[in-house]
Ligand binder design. Structure first.
Ligand code: AMP
Ligand code: MG
Length: 411
């Protein structure tokens, strides 16, 4: 039995970044950019007006009025110099014509019979966006390894691109095991339960930015288990759930080994989720997660997700940790670290954590009611009102001004 951190270290040591692919920009959102992007040109390409207004040479004419000589709408350009004492009406973004060094916003100008006059003082050089002030030609604008977010999409489009080279998504095969399992949509009856794990795990894969591949249920025989495991090797990684404990019909671990897999660990010192195995089979990571629904999801969180993210080129692969005030005493009487499911809330900048009801690894409700994990060391207790580190699984709640909904704030 090894420690959680040791298991994570072993896993990451045996997972490598996947190959890259060129995709249309919008298909790359949320993925890691594989190549540096340099600017082919200055942005903006020329000095241009930051306002709708009038451009002119700031040297004031004798009577303090400029004669309006031309109009430059967005998209147009004037190459003929503007004479001293003349102004041109100009729209936001239009290039500043030669002879002009200042723009007066339309709101600060008064029209007169002769032309225009300023209604307030104006510094020479005002309201002009300079050539290259955003990006200069040849600049390294986006470095390889950056996350492609909406702002990077906009920047790359401005650099003339329509596609981007990104790291491939991790394709993850998901195999359930167990004669008691029924397909999703079935009506359960005594002795049979619905295969929910394949779906919760697939959702976790999706949420991590990967591509789940549901390959069904393996019956509790060694041949069926082997055959299905082999099928899963078409993906970049395989997750199995169930059949990895010490039961008479737990065939997953043996099947991996019979197929030539190299078992790197089995059993991690944690609760829930102790019977978890990690192996390399045909060079691919195989995670054998427990069957209990909470143990399977927690195992995914602790071991599969970091590996997937690393394979997709991410460098932030662990969830954020916050210090939260405990709403009630948390106690671990056991001899294994306990990943207690908690509900984290944020109020006036302070995180609080409250344990969810049942902490049984079979009760999925402990996770549906929660959004965080508190790693409680063996034989310890933390008093209500003290703080503890909590791993935040879902930060959606932070968008609220108080814990929970924030729609009311605008109603
Ligand atoms: P096992 O490790 O195979 O003995 O499974 C442990 C527990 O998890 C049993 O109660 C199983 O019925 C349950 N279980 C196993 N696989 C699944 C699954 N795919 N979906 C939901 N529950 C499962
Ligand atoms: Mg089973």
């Amino acid at each position: 039995m090894i420690a959680i951190e040791e298991a994570q270290r072993l896993i990451l040591k045996h997972t490598a970044v996947l190959t890259t692919e060129e995709v249309p920009l919008l298909q790359g959102v949320g993925r890691v950019i594989a190549r540096d992007a340099h600017a082919p040109w200055d942005i903006p390409m020329s000095d241009n007006s930051a306002m709708d207004g009038y451009a002119f040479s700031a040297l004031p004419p004798q009577n303090g009025q400029w004669v309006v000589a031309d109009f430059i709408p967005a998209g147009a350009q004037r190459t003929i110099p503007v004479a001293p004492g003349e102004a041109v009406k100009i729209m936001t973004g239009a290039p500043i014509p030669p002879g002009c060094d200042t723009v007066a916003p339309i709101e600060e100008v008064e029209r007169t019979a002769e032309g225009i006059r300023l209604t307030s003082g104006l510094k020479p050089g005002s309201h002009i966006r300079r050539r290259g002030e955003d990006v200069r030609a040849d600049d390294l604008v986006i470095a390889a390894g950056s996350l492609l977010r909406p702002q990077e999409v906009g920047m790359l489009v401005s650099l003339g691109k329509t596609s981007v080279e990104v790291v491939r998504k991790t394709r993850v095969a998901i195999l359930a095991t167990g004669d008691e399992l029924l397909e999703a949509g079935a009506t359960p009856h005594a002795g049979r339960i619905i295969n929910s794990n394949s779906y919760s795990l697939a959702a976790q894969v999706l949420e991590a930015g990967g591509e789940p591949l549901l390959i069904g249920i393996a019956a509790d025989t060694d041949s069926a288990t082997r055959e299905k495991i082999r099928e899963g090797l078409q993906a970049d990684m395989l997750i199995t759930t169930g059949g990895v404990s010490v039961g008479d019909r737990d065939y997953v671990k043996e099947s991996i080994q019979e197929l030539g897999g190299r078992l790197l660990f089995w059993k991690v010192n944690m609760k829930p989720g102790k019977p978890v195995a990690f192996a390399l089979l045909d060079g691919k990571p195989v995670f054998a997660l427990p069957g209990n629904p909470v143990a399977a999801m927690v195992g995914f969180e602790m071991f599969v997700r970091p590996a997937m993210l690393r394979m997709m080129g991410h460098s932030r692969i662990f969830r954020p940790v916050v210090r939260a005030v405990l709403a009630e005493e948390a106690k671990n009487r056991g001899d294994r670290p306990h990943l207690v499911r908690v509900r984290v809330t944020l109020r006036h900048g302070v995180y609080s954590a409250s344990t969810t009801d049942s902490q049984s690894s079979a009760n999925l409700a402990s996770l549906t009611q929660g959004n965080g994990l508190l790693n409680l060391a063996p034989n310890t207790s933390i008093a209500a009102g003290s703080t503890a580190e909590v791993v935040v699984l879902d930060r959606g709640f932070e968008m609220g001004s108080i814990a929970g909904d924030n729609l009311a704030a605008v109603e």
